[in-house]
Ligand binder design. Structure first.
Ligand code: ADP
Length: 627
């Protein structure tokens, strides 16, 4: 092979990192390279078939698209070839030298250097072509773009040593051959029997024939080793779970098997097939807003595009495909947005996805739903805030940590909460904090906890936004325990009477505290929520909470002025001590301290930390002098 115009280039830093990490951490799953290469070959054929719709000449008479796999024992090479779209020199440099996914740099910053942990992460990332280097010490890619002249072939080669070379070659065949020069310890992949069974496994669901040499040493003929029928076009009853799982790995480029799937054929006025999967793990870029997401779109078995928007953003983790019988083959993204048929499909697919999630929640075996919620709960919650139409369907799917549960796990559903309502309880109480652990020890739930009233504990970044959209569930109102006047009188009549008495008795004290605090608070009143803490700050029903205030401030927006109320626990010794103090500096100082520590518990900060610390130290000194 004559190679001209050769140049050597360095890999993008992230690729170098990926290669290093992958070779070590994925060694025990090294056969996956074959799945990745067959998957890429299939994608390349798909792309050519799509491009040829507009430009039939690209096929140049070679209309049957296929994949070939060939082992050469003598040379120690394994070759995966397709006759698909191929690559130009620029494309080879771009696609095989860099990683284009958004958020890649961020992803690599998150790697810890701990092999075990990082190998988990690498699965979320999807390694694709680069997985070749797990088994090969040198990889050659020989390719010619469909439509390019024979003299415009490209040879790309690398030994994974940080560099690759590209050169121009003559190449008779269209498409791409990936030639792996296998490492000695990977020669098992040259074994005809082992290879054939792996290829069959990784290609049975692929829509193109995958050809290997016929068995028998001297044979030069090829035979297809797979069914070459698009998996989703086969009847459900004929597809095994293993085939569904393997296909998932092909569409989603995910290492882990999916949690669940739903395969449906819709007939009637609109005809389409959908195959939706719930992944077991969030991809590395789930929170990357600009990453395109969606389902693969096929029209009558012809691949049209990746990431077609058929699902709302709060279902962006669902993977899979739609194959329409009605859409035109030249359908564009723009057309997808305006088409009434597509709009109807969207509604039906979102419903289908929610049903699938609902089913997983209903027959929760071995904690599958718990795992799902951990990975995707925060995304699903967005739907509660964003999508009024599906809110009722979403509410039963929500899971919460609560004062009745333990640890951080969100395992309580709203129905569980309702089943544990105290007689007379009309509210669903919840608290939002920076972490579930912080919520658990929050002063705001002291009395509720003492009365055995359950409180849902929330700590996701978006919880305040989500909860602000919720009014009630099955007739019970949602109540933020840090807001408004928390009346427990309906649950416990004695509590109500005690409170009324305390209010009457404490009037003068409350006034004195208010005078000391000035306009820091709008009111000082007797608390119904506290048991062990002397005071807390209660926001108005419509004041933004600490989480929301931080979001606003970070976004450079004005934070509206708060109208907090100071609630005091008149049974607390500190408050009783305050009552005994004459008007004067000592009284004011203690009142201010109560206020500041309440602010600390509410917001995690005080308006003037310097003042707070000085005041605290003066009181501590006085205490020390008393002993
Ligand atoms: P992914 O497939 O997830 O994009 P890969 O690392 O597997 O990532 O491949 C990177 C890119 O290289 C592909 O997106 C594609 O553009 C190109 N590529 C890989 N294999 C082939 C092939 N057989 N034919 C044409 N292009 C290919």
């Amino acid at each position: 092979m004559t190679v001209t115009a050769t140049e050597t280039r360095g890999f993008q830093a992230e690729v170098r990192e990926l290669l290093k990490l992958m070779i070590h951490s994925l060694y025990s799953h090294r056969e996956i390279f074959l799945r990745e290469l067959i998957s890429n070959a299939s994608d390349a054929n798909d792309k050519l078939r799509f491009a040829s719709l507009a430009e039939p000449a690209l096929l140049a008479g070679e209309t049957e698209l296929a994949i070939w796999i060939e082992a050469d024992e003598k040379a120690g090479t394994l070759t995966v070839r397709d006759n698909g779209i191929g690559m130009t020199r620029e494309e080879a440099i771009e696609h095989l030298g860099t990683i284009a996914k958004s958020g890649t740099a961020e992803f690599f910053r998150r790697l810890t250097g701990d092999e075990q942990k990082d190998s988990q992460l690498i699965g979320q990332f999807g390694v694709g072509f680069y997985s070749s280097f797990i088994v090969a010490d040198e990889v050659e890619v020989l390719t010619r773009r469909a439509g390019a002249a024979i003299g415009e072939g490209v040879r790309w080669a690398s030994k994974a040593d940080g560099e690759f070379t590209v050169g121009t070659i003559e190449r008779a065949e269209r498409g791409t051959s990936v030639v792996l020069h296998l490492k000695d310890e990977a020669r098992e992949f040259l074994d005809a029997f082992r290879l054939r069974s792996l290829v069959r496994r990784y290609s049975d669901h692929i829509a193109f024939p995958v050809r290997m040499r016929e068995e028998g040493a001297a044979s030069l003929d090829y035979e297809a080793v797979n069914q070459a029928k698009a998996l989703w076009s086969r009847p459900r009853t004929e597809i095994t779970d293993e085939e569904y799982r393997d296909f998932y790995q092909h569409v989603a480029h995910d290492f882990e098997p999916p949690l669940a799937w739903s395969h449906n054929k819709v007939e009637g006025r609109r005809e389409y097939t959908s195959l939706l999967y719930l992944p077991a793990r969030a991809p590395f870029d789930l929170w990357q807003r600009e990453t395109p997401r969606g389902l693969k779109l096929y029209v009558r078995r012809v691949f049209i595009m990746d990431d077609a928007e058929f699902l709302p953003p709060f279902l962006r983790f669902v993977r899979g495909l739609v194959d329409s019988n009605d859409l035109p083959l030249n359908v564009s993204r723009e057309l997808l947005q305006q088409n009434a048929d597509v709009e109807a499909m969207r509604g039906a697919l979102a419903k289908r996805a929610l049903d699938l999630i609902g089913k997983l929640a209903a027959d929760d075996d071995a904690g599958k739903y718990a795992g799902f919620w951990r990975e995707f709960g925060a995304v699903l919650k967005e739907g509660v805030a964003e999508d009024e139409a599906t809110r009722d369907k979403l509410l039963p799917l929500l899971r919460f940590a609560s004062t009745q549960g333990e640890g951080d796990t969100a395992s309580v559903k709203l129905a569980d909460y309702l089943a544990r309502l105290r007689p007379g309880q009309e509210q669903i109480y919840y608290l939002i904090a920076d972490s579930v652990a912080a919520a658990r020890t929050s002063p705001y739930i002291e009395r509720l906890a003492a009365k055995g009233v359950e409180v849902l504990l929330l700590a996701d970044r978006i919880d305040e936004w989500v909860m602000s959209r919720l009014t009630s569930f099955e007739g019970k109102r949602f109540q933020n325990v840090t807001r408004g006047d928390l009346d427990l009188g309906q649950i416990d009549a004695a509590e109500g009477a005690r409170h009324d008495a305390a209010v009457k008795e404490s009037k003068p004290l409350l006034k004195r505290i208010k005078d000391a605090l000035g306009d820091r608070v709008t009111e000082v009143r007797v608390s119904r929520r506290l048991a062990d803490t002397p005071a807390c700050l209660v926001l108005g029903e419509h004041d933004p909470g600490a989480q929301m205030r931080r979001l606003l401030a970070n976004a450079g927006q004005d934070v509206p002025a708060l109208k907090p109320v100071l609630e005091v626990n008149v049974e607390h010794p500190l408050v009783q001590r305050l009552e005994q103090l004459e008007a004067g500096e000592a009284f004011d100082e203690l009142a201010l301290l109560l206020h500041d520590q309440a602010a600390l518990a509410e917001a995690g900060e005080v308006a003037n930390p310097g003042d707070f610390v000085r005041r605290l130290n003066r009181v501590l000194l006085q205490l020390a002098a008393l002993r």
